[in-house]
Design a protein around this ligand. Structure first.
Ligand code: ZN
Ligand code: ZN
Ligand code: ZN
Length: 344
């Protein structure tokens, strides 16, 4: 399955839909900005593997997994196997250990020993039979084993069962669930691939500049001396934390922060709902300035609300227009701060 073949099977329209998906924009811009080069899973004993960098945008771990799988199936992300995970068939936990068990009575209470061969006389037995204080002495011919690979060698391992006392050389692996305490074999286990993801750079050319905005906006703000976070979680007066697509701070001119949200629509207008949602967050967080970038246009009712709520509305057809408008907005913040700080 090559990436190229996958790509051609999926119609472009389906990918375009994803490029307009807000969450996909945020995730992809992390790759495009270089913040993420490769998305590796992080091990969590209770859950298995998770992708925290994407969870903050998408939500709970299983939704995040589905989201990434979809981006892969659309050819937007590439993936490679990072690990394989065993899940308990009873409770679905990944907190599973391996037990090496006795093939006769299935007990995992077995003892593992090293086998030693005394080369001159050919006697083979477990290491403890040769141990005499700090020396290895052959129980058959009573000579000392002191030259590894010359007069003695390791000859594999030998197990004995502490329950049924039988001996064997190959134990049977089985699994033990640390959550529900059930034992199970590989036959019954759920066995899943865990992936690392990278961006399919070829396909991003197809996305068009208009849809992926966070990366260029971040670059623009950084070039103006701002510290930029995306997405950013800001704590409000209520104590609740709110996510903004971008937050920019600059010690000398911002009291706290400038917050920016993006809203895109495949229709002619972005609905006023995005203004209402932003106002609720802004009301709680009270940033220095709040900007909403609407692509391509804001509905008339949304424009009125933006005015009323004191949200700086930027309407733009594409990224260049958005950046030009944002530049004006940032310059206005800088100038007003300078005026305020000037003595009367
Ligand atoms: Zn279990
Ligand atoms: Zn046994
Ligand atoms: Zn011997």
């Amino acid at each position: 399955m090559t990436g190229a073949r996958e790509m051609s099977r999926v119609p472009k329209a389906q990918r375009d839909e994803v490029f307009r998906d807000h969450r996909a924009q945020l995730v992809l811009s992390k790759f495009l900005s270089g913040e993420l080069d490769k998305l590796d899973p992080v091990y969590d004993p209770a859950y298995g593997y998770r992708y925290p960098a994407v969870e903050v945008i998408v939500g709970e771990p299983s939704a995040t997994e589905e989201f990434l799988k979809n981006l892969y199936e659309l050819g937007i992300l590439k993936r490679e196997t990072y690990d394989k995970l065993i899940y308990c068939p009873s409770c679905n936990s990944a907190n599973v250990s391996i037990h090496y068990s006795c093939p006769y009575c299935k007990s995992y209470n077995i003892k593992k020993s090293a086998l030693i061969e005394h080369i001159p006389c050919g006697y083979i037995d477990t290491e403890d039979k040769f141990r005499k204080e700090n020396k290895l002495i052959c129980p058959r011919c009573h000579s000392e084993l002191n030259k590894p690979d010359i007069n003695y060698r390791r000859a594999g391992i030998w197990c004995s069962c502490n329950e049924c006392n039988k001996s064997f050389d190959i134990p049977v692996p089985s699994h033990f669930c640390r959550v529900c305490s059930k034992s199970f074999t590989f036959d019954d286990a759920t066995y899943k691939d865990v992936y690392s993801y990278t961006l399919n750079k070829d396909i991003m050319k197809e996305a068009g500049v208009g849809f992926i905005l966070v990366a260029p906006i971040r670059e623009f703000l950084q070039s103006r001396g701002f510290n930029v976070e995306s997405p950013s979680f800001q704590k409000g007066k209520s104590g609740a934390s709110h996510m903004f697509d971008i937050a920019a701070t600059r010690g000398d001119i911002t009291r706290n922060v400038i917050v920016i949200d993006l809203a895109t629509s495949a229709e002619e207008f972005v609905s006023e709902q995005s203004i209402i949602a932003m106002f609720a967050k802004v009301y709680d967080v009270t940033p220095d300035k709040a900007c909403l970038i609407a692509i391509p246009k804001m509905a008339e009712s949304g424009r009125k609300l933006a005015d009323l709520y004191n949200i700086n509305l930027i309407e733009a057809k594409d990224q260049n227009e958005a950046i030009r408008a944002l530049e004006k907005c940032v310059v206005a913040v800088v100038q007003s701060k300078i005026q305020q700080s000037q003595p009367e």
